[in-house]
Design a protein. Structure first.
Length: 291
């Protein structure tokens, strides 16, 4: 059985690994299967309000345990799903699951914090996206005002009129729009200038070890000041220590997320984690418990 597993693993990797290589086609076929068979799981990672030390949202992060290859990073399979047109159905599964898990979490804890969902730039140019989202909200138990869409993109949509219209319609529905990974890739000042949105997430490249790195300090502080000057909420992702947290708080950053508070967890684990808190409050002694 072991030999069989490594044989099939070998055949996955033996194929050429260039764009549109057989192995990404194979992954796309497996993804399609996983979409049909509900082969994914949603993990939750809390976001902490740095003024009150209370959990204010949880980011939903998809997990895929491939039957042969084991756990595959979403950074890899999301871009395959985008390339092979699988994003609409994958994203609808994510939103649907996130809303029903959030309703469950609220019911079991009495806490009704926000839920943050990652949306691909590809979703924004789908004709049915707004209708589908509106439908899911109509049929779910979570108000649009409790939902944040984090725009994580692999293409620039700042100059795409359809994408901008979709973002405007999402805001009209009551959803909060957040720009993810600010400072890297396509998440640039040009986007900030052209897109309507209410929250900015500073990429962890500028957050990890910010307390001891002067360059990161200057970049992170400038990003926070810029966001606050534009009237935005600012989230720092990748907080790994009390000193990093203190540094970001000092800059005026609103929200923190990172392994320092908790790693992404299954919904069962997250529920237990929330129940351990008193009224969603992170006590200093609990901070960093999951490191
Ligand atoms: P992201 O949206 O920027 O999510 C944050 C990533 O940073 C997550 O990786 C999270 O586990 C990781 N992270 C959080 N805190 C820390 C920390 O303190 N240190 C370090 N080293 N990492 C930290 P993950 O779950 O592997 O997801 C990677 C990316 O895949 C996400 O980046 C997002 O772009 C994409 N993604 C994940 N789930 C979904 C989804 O449901 N839909 C879409 N469209 N994209 C998703
Ligand atoms: Mg995100
Ligand atoms: Mg991010
Ligand atoms: Mg990212």
């Amino acid at each position: 059985n072991n030999a069989e597993t490594s044989q099939s693993k070998w055949s996955y990797f033996a194929q050429k690994d260039s764009d549109n290589s057989p192995s990404s086609i194979q992954l796309a076929i497996d993804l399609e299967q996983a979409i049909k068979n509900q082969g994914f799981e949603l993990f939750h990672q809390p976001q902490i309000d740095l003024k009150t030390n209370k959990v204010c949202s949880s980011e939903c992060l998809i997990r895929w345990n491939h039957p042969v290859l084991g756990a595959i990073s979403p950074d890899i399979f999301i871009s395959v799903a985008e390339d092979f047109g699988l994003m609409p159905s994958l994203t609808l599964w994510v939103i649907k699951t996130a809303l029903s898990q959030q309703a469950e979490l609220t019911e079991h804890t009495g806490l009704s914090h926000m839920v943050s969902i990652n949306i691909s730039g590809k979703d924004l140019i789908q004709a049915n996206f707004i209708n589908d989202v509106a439908n899911l909200i109509d049929h779910g138990d979570i108000k649009a005002e409790k939902i944040i869409f984090e725009l994580t993109e692999s293409i620039s949509f700042a100059q795409n009129n359809i994408a901008i219209q979709t973002i405007e319609s999402l805001i009209e529905l009551g959803i909060t729009i957040s720009i993810d990974d600010f400072g890297t890739g396509y998440s640039s000042l040009s986007q900030i200038n052209q897109l309507p949105f209410q929250e900015l997430k500073i990429d962890r490249e500028f957050v990890e070890n910010v307390c001891s790195d002067n360059k990161r300090k200057v970049i992170a502080e400038t990003a926070v000041k810029m966001a606050k000057g534009l009237g935005l909420e600012v989230v720092a992702e990748g907080i790994n220590s009390a000193l990093d947290e203190e540094t970001l708080r000092g800059f005026g950053c609103d929200i923190g997320q990172g392994y320092y508070y908790a790693k992404p967890m299954s919904v069962e684990h997250y529920l237990a984690w929330l129940k351990d808190l008193s009224n969603g409050q992170i006590p200093p002694s609990l901070e960093g418990e999951y490191l």
